[in-house]
Design a protein around this ligand. Structure first.
Ligand code: CDM
Ligand code: ATP
Length: 305
């Protein structure tokens, strides 16, 4: 067990949920999900450097919206890992943030998973993957997927992962002004369901969606994309409907809210079409910025030093 003295940098992807089926609220406040995660090629990087105490810094266009105290998921990951190993979390964590903050793309979760892997490597712990995944689940429902990446079905509250097949797809993401709180979107989902008075069915992964995802057929996937949180996100942020429409008018095969939003995701036929959709979204004035990405992307990865 020898710990490298040089800094360790981990690259970690954002996610989009191509199916997000949400069940009724559980007694613990969480919702059971059938959550088909897809990692996309928008990345944060977390660098762990030996230090006297645990500190966090962040750079990037949204850096001012990222907490630098112990509530940062990267700091929490380092603390939990150090406590389990019986050592001090003597590390400086620097986050190069490219994933939209509070955007429904699991940016904080990504940094938690990246910091965990970076610290595990820096401290030479070689923690087994199953144990790393347990720590990820303790950090948040999306964090296990950020560690493994690719494409996976998440059940339970989203933390129990089964890998699924995925061909290549091209995406545009429209970044909105301001974020949406994930708990607030789930609460709005509950409120809308109660107002509608309908029974919420058990969440089930769609066989048609899994087949379309595996085939790499963008038209087939476009026909079955589904996010049960979308009505709740639109209820809290009605102007997102204009962004969704602008992307479809601009040539996207399909549009949906990414996870709990407010980032919107546009599935495109190919890389060339994605450029055109991004330009149309920018010209529409209905979003703050656009990002082009492809999927699937690898999970948290240590970069060569
Ligand atoms: C919307 C998604 O991003 C889809 O992947 C996730 O379900 C959210 O995952 P996350 O941000 O990691 O969420 P967590 O940190 O685990 O939980 C934050 C809050 O979101 C709500 N929450 C989250 C996950 C879940 N399956 N049911 C929930 O109701 C709960 O109010 C919870 O207190
Ligand atoms: N490393 C981090 N990066 C960004 N936000 C963080 C981080 N750590 C903690 N947070 C807090 O988490 C909140 C949600 O941020 P995040 O970017 O993870 O949202 P999200 O992408 O909507 O999450 P999800 O898709 O998992 O629901 C932020 O408003 C911030 O207060």
């Amino acid at each position: 067990m020898s710990a490298p003295r040089t800094p360790v940098t981990v690259r970690v992807p954002a996610k989009v949920n191509v199916q997000l089926a949400v069940g009724a609220a559980r007694p613990d406040g969480f919702h059971d999900l059938a959550n088909v995660f897809l990692a996309v090629s928008l990345f944060d990087e977390v660098t762990a450097t030996p230090a006297d105490t645990l500190t966090v810094t962040c750079e990037g266009p949204d850096a001012d919206k990222v907490p630098l105290d112990r509530t940062n998921l990267a700091a929490r990951a380092a603390e939990i890992l150090a406590t389990r190993a019986g050592i001090e979390p003597a590390v400086h964590l620097h986050i190069a943030k490219n994933i939209p903050v509070a955007g429904g793309m699991a940016g904080g979760s990504a940094d938690g998973a990246a910091a965990l892997l970076a610290c595990d490597t820096l401290w030479g712990l070689n923690t087994p993957l199953a144990e790393l995944l347990d720590i990820c689940a303790e950090l948040g429902s999306d964090v296990p997927f950020s560690l493994v990446g690719g494409a996976a079905l998440g059940t339970g509250r989203g933390e129990l992962l089964t890998p699924v097949g995925a061909g290549t797809f091209h995406w545009v993401f429209a970044v909105a002004d301001g974020g949406l709180s994930t708990p607030a979107v789930f609460r709005e989902f509950d409120r809308l369901a109660e107002a509608a008075g309908t029974e919420i069915p058990e969440p089930q992964a769609s066989p048609a969606l899994l087949a379309a995802l595996a085939s790499g057929d963008a038209d087939a996937l476009a026909a079955v994309l589904a996010n049960d949180l979308q009505p709740a996100a639109l209820s809290l942020r009605p102007q997102l409907a204009r962004t969704l429409a602008a992307g479809v008018d601009g040539g996207a095969l399909a549009a949906l809210v990414s996870g709990s939003g407010p980032t919107t995701a546009f599935l495109c036929r190919d890389a060339e079409s994605a450029e055109k959709v991004a330009a149309a979204l920018s010209a529409s004035g209905t979003c703050r910025a656009t990002r082009i990405a492809s999927s699937p992307a690898p999970g948290a990865t240590v970069l060569p030093s």
